[in-house]
Design a protein around this ligand. Structure first.
Ligand SMILES: *[C@@H]1O[C@H](CO)[C@@H](O)[C@H](O)[C@H]1NC(C)=O
Ligand SMILES: *[C@@H]1O[C@H](CO)[C@@H](O)[C@H](O)[C@H]1NC(C)=O
Ligand SMILES: *[C@@H]1O[C@H](CO)[C@@H](O)[C@H](O)[C@H]1NC(C)=O
Ligand SMILES: *[C@@H]1O[C@H](CO)[C@@H](O)[C@H](O)[C@H]1NC(C)=O
Ligand SMILES: *[C@@H]1O[C@H](CO)[C@@H](O)[C@H](O)[C@H]1NC(C)=O
Ligand SMILES: *[C@@H]1O[C@H](CO)[C@@H](O)[C@H](O)[C@H]1NC(C)=O
Ligand SMILES: *[C@@H]1O[C@H](CO)[C@@H](O)[C@H](O)[C@H]1NC(C)=O
Ligand SMILES: *[C@@H]1O[C@H](CO)[C@@H](O)[C@H](O)[C@H]1NC(C)=O
Ligand SMILES: *[C@@H]1O[C@H](CO)[C@@H](O)[C@H](O)[C@H]1NC(C)=O
Ligand SMILES: *[C@@H]1O[C@H](CO)[C@@H](O)[C@H](O)[C@H]1NC(C)=O
Ligand SMILES: *[C@@H]1O[C@H](CO)[C@@H](O)[C@H](O)[C@H]1NC(C)=O
Ligand SMILES: [Cu+2]
Length: 634
């Protein structure tokens, strides 16, 4: 749904925003009373305004009603759809009883580093009853999303898709898929009409209550109730026999460590395994503070699933495009559409040489843009997501319904009987199934930046990952990021030239190349999807054991096969390898080109809440000035 597109008044086009915080009752024009432009659209592009009203209401996306965050009365929030080169103004009205902020995931915020939406880093929180104006320029194209960045509020459903249509003259990689003019036009048309498939995990407790339970119990509670596709799903309780039949080798190994043999009724590792086996046994815990509904009691619901309708042209080649968005708070898993191999043509918003796959592992924050040929026959196919996280086996489904565009019929179409590519824990059902291989992805056009970067980075930072002080307190560099910093004066307004000595602030200079080594210090440890704000990262290498080198340049002399210095994947979120039977590491590289206060954190909401984050003062020697509207907010 487009909220309010284009058609900017002359006033809005030539004047931009300053103003003050406004009450929810105040009109948009009050907030946009303006003095001077902050950023300008590209020639031929527009200024686009969106109004997002956040409310806290009863909603039942899986048939179970709870209070959750809605955006303009809906979940997921409405699609923000804009064109590359546009300037976007998003006026957020917070009518929830909680503080909030909104982050635009993957947007580099060039020249608008005060609109990144991280409390304590780039802005003050938006209190209940207040509004806040984000504005930024779409200097990128592709699939993104927006979500709350206040504590674990993403888990309350405050999220929505964001699509930036690439400029017409930008080269597309589609001729690698098919070359006929008809096919190319059909693919371009499909891309122009691409639709988000928002995958999310849903809990029956609020993020605030869930966190209180973790603190009272002293353990993490990585157990969700449903997987939703475009905001719809149902609680599906597996029989004991099915849970047993689909136990993965990792789950079997973890259960054995706790002398257990099966998952809970919700398909989860038990509180005992999480608290007494995977966490340091010496840390204080009180497992009786975990209500039974969190891990153990599964109550099935009946609820409709999402239907994705494709109107099939009668006689021409047709393609459909989807932006698959991993809008998860915790889960990672396999995505597939029965009977439809997927041409992945963009990852995290950026084109790649297309790869034809049957299933894609999707982690928190990831986006995959895919093209699928539309069958010449009517059909009804299952879209599936199967968790492959050790902590929980759980699935979510939707239906892809293909119909002749001239058909007036509304008769149901029987579900296809084609064999699914994957089972309910994401494992291939036959040997020919092809999974997306991140290591093989190639940027389109080729990305020369990292190839031309110095082998010796200007700065190498080692961030050890462990739990610190309590088993729910995850830490990067061994120190948990104190979430109370949310309430402090944002770092952007008040950088610390010498760091605060708090172990959780990194400082860089403009134009430096930075290597960050993420080192899992204990095991077993799950993968951590690490997200950097402000710019993307290259995945230079990863491996098992301890990264026993002071730099990548040194490591290359001993373990060159662990690195890809020529064509490494470039993403805004990269998951550390699971540390299963020993420590494991990952090295990322980025170039400091975008000064500002950026967050680097695990995207698992409970790990973020527990402190798995560091603040980065990128380019402190060219620190931005902050417009008065932002500096003086509240
Ligand atoms: C950050 O924002 C400021 C405006 O406050 C701008 O002057 C500066 O150029 C921005 N930096 C970058 C690299 O976007
Ligand atoms: C389309 O043509 C280009 C240029 O000749 C070629 O490189 C490419 O492989 C062709 N694509 C397909 C799908 O055949
Ligand atoms: C599992 O059983 C073994 C042998 O009985 C015992 O030594 C061990 O402490 C048990 N582990 C847990 C986590 O209960
Ligand atoms: C453990 O939790 C239970 C349930 O909340 C509570 O009654 C009990 O007092 C707690 N025990 C300790 C030692 O905190
Ligand atoms: C597609 O199949 C599902 C599962 O059988 C069914 O519930 C749904 O109504 C079907 N959709 C259409 C449009 O026929
Ligand atoms: C899954 O794929 C692997 C590798 O191709 C193969 O060895 C295995 O047999 C496949 N599983 C099934 C059930 O066919
Ligand atoms: C909400 O935000 C305000 C302003 O930053 C802060 O003073 C207050 O402590 C916050 N409340 C909570 C519960 O964090
Ligand atoms: C920083 O880390 C050191 C070593 O682990 C620790 O002694 C110190 O307390 C930490 N500082 C803070 C502010 O957490
Ligand atoms: C990491 O923590 C150590 C203390 O353990 C501290 O000396 C160091 O400065 C920290 N590194 C960063 C990048 O904050
Ligand atoms: C980074 O390192 C390269 C190669 O050693 C050097 O040429 C460059 O000046 C350094 N950049 C900065 C900003 O220090
Ligand atoms: C660490 O690396 C050095 C070479 O830099 C090597 O001699 C040593 O064996 C390594 N240690 C381990 C435990 O891998
Ligand atoms: Cu994590």
């Amino acid at each position: 749904m487009r909220l309010f597109a284009g058609a900017c008044s002359a006033l809005a086009l030539c004047q931009a925003v300053a103003g003050v915080a406004v009450d929810v009752s105040a009109s948009i024009s009050a907030a946009t009373a303006s003095t001077r432009p902050l950023v300008q659209p590209d020639a031929g592009c527009r200024e686009r305004s969106f109004d997002l009203t956040l409310s806290w209401e009863d909603h039942a996306p899986d048939g179970f009603s709870r209070k959750m965050a809605l955006v303009n009365g809906q979940f997921p929030g409405p699609l923000i759809e804009i064109d590359e080169g546009d300037v976007v103004k998003v006026l957020v009205h917070n009518t929830m009883p909680y503080n909030t902020t909104v982050h635009f995931h993957g947007i580099e915020m060039a020249d608008t580093n005060w609109s990144d939406g991280v409390p304590g880093l780039t802005q003050r929180q938006i209190p209940p009853g207040k509004s806040f104006l984000y504005q930024w320029k779409a200097t990128q194209y592709g699939s993104y999303w927006y979500h709350a960045h206040e504590r674990g509020q993403l888990d309350d459903g405050l999220l929505g898709p964001l699509t930036i249509r690439a400029k017409p003259h930008r080269a597309r990689p589609f001729s690698q898929i098919a070359n006929s003019t008809k096919q190319l036009q059909a693919m371009l048309a499909a891309e122009a009409a691409s639709r988000p498939l928002v995958l999310s995990d849903y809990r029956h407790v609020t993020s605030v209550d869930g966190w209180a339970i973790e603190i009272a119990a002293g353990i993490e509670t990585p157990c969700y109730d449903a997987v939703l596709v475009n905001g719809k799903g149902r609680v599906d309780c597996w029989s004991a026999a099915k849970r047993q039949a689909l136990l993965t080798p990792t789950q079997q190994a973890l259960l054995a460590l706790g002398n257990e043999t099966s998952l809970t009724a919700k398909g989860c590792l038990s509180a005992n395994i999480i608290g007494n086996v995977l966490a340091d046994p010496s840390l204080p815990k009180n497992l009786s503070a975990v209500p039974p509904g969190i891990f153990d009691v599964c109550t099935p619901t009946e609820h409709e699933l999402a239907t994705i309708d494709i109107a099939r042209p009668v006689s021409t080649d047709a393609w459909a495009a989807f932006d698959v968005i991993g809008a998860f708070g915790l889960l990672t898993g396999m995505f597939a559409i029965d009977g439809h191999p997927l041409w992945v043509y963009a990852v995290d918003g950026a084109y790649i040489d297309p790869m034809q796959v049957d299933a894609i592992e999707i982690t928190n924050g990831a986006r995959y843009s895919v093209l699928v040929p539309v069958s010449p026959l009517d059909g009804n196919y299952t879209i599936r997501f199967a968790s492959d996280a050790a902590a929980q086996s759980i699935t979510g489904f939707a239906n892809l319904v293909v119909r002749n565009s001239r058909s007036k019929s509304h008769t149901p179409i029987p579900e296809s009987t084609v064999t699914p590519f994957i089972n309910d824990v994401g494992t291939n059902t036959s040997s020919g199934v092809v999974y997306f291989d991140q290591a093989a992805m190639q940027a389109f056009p080729p990305d020369a930046d990292v190839r031309n970067s110095p082998v010796a980075a200007n700065r190498t930072v080692v961030l050890g990952i462990r739990v610190a002080g309590a088993s729910y307190n995850w830490a990067l560099n061994s120190t948990a990021y104190p979430m109370q910093l949310d309430n402090d004066t944002p770092l952007l307004f008040q950088p610390d030239p010498v760091d605060e000595g708090n172990n959780v602030t990194l400082t860089t200079y403009m134009d430096e190349w930075i290597d960050i080594v993420f080192q899992a210090l204990s095991f077993p440890m799950p993968p951590h999807p690490i997200h950097k704000h402000g710019n993307k990262m290259w995945l230079l290498g990863s491996g098992e054991g301890v990264f026993n080198y002071s730099t990548v340049a040194e490591a290359l002399q001993y373990i060159p096969a662990s690195f890809n210095m020529e064509t490494p994947p470039k993403r805004d979120t990269l998951a550390t390898p699971a540390a299963t039977t020993g420590p494991a590491w990952m090295v990322i590289r980025y170039h400091v080109t975008n000064p500002g206060a950026w967050f680097l954190h695990c995207h698992i909401q409970s790990h973020l809440m527990g402190g798995m984050a560091v603040a980065i003062q990128d380019g402190i020697d060219q620190w931005p000035s902050v417009p008065p509207y932002y500096r003086n907010y509240i």
